[in-house]
Design a binder for this molecule. Structure first.
Ligand code: SF4
Length: 119
């Protein structure tokens, strides 16, 4: 019974959110469709000190010959912004801090006014 009430509350909350978005769409405050992804995940390195068997992208060992350079990432950021931008990019790995040019990449993303999060 308690679980049923929780599910009902969640459904009501979701419906309120949908209604608010529809209302904002009618007023032209919220897009009716998107032509770009809302966000991207930059997997900047495969380096990781752990070797989890369940790792979804086989992180652990360095695959450095396959990794993009800072110049590559900057060009990608520039291209994404030029093509319309995204709300947020998530910088992940492996362990994103193992990427030796991480500070420069973060600074560039910040400079280009793109929201970012480390994961
Ligand atoms: S990236 Fe995460 S899941 Fe993958 S090996 Fe490292 S700690 Fe494990």
């Amino acid at each position: 019974m308690k679980q049923h009430r929780l599910l009902t509350q969640q459904a009501e909350c979701a419906q309120e959110h949908i209604n608010r978005i529809r209302h904002e769409q009618e007023q032209g405050l919220y897009p009716k469709s998107f032509f770009m992804p809302l966000g991207l995940q930059f997997e900047i390195t495969s380096k990781c000190g752990l070797y989890c068997k369940h790792c979804y992208n086989a992180s652990g060992e360095s695959h450095s010959k396959d990794e993009m350079t800072l110049t590559d990432w900057k060009q990608l950021v520039d291209c994404v912004i030029k093509e319309g931008g995204i709300f947020q990019c998530i910088i992940s790995g492996g362990v994103n801090l193992y990427y030796w040019e991480m500070a420069f990449l973060k600074s560039w993303i910040h400079y280009m006014k793109m929201e970012q999060a480390l994961f």
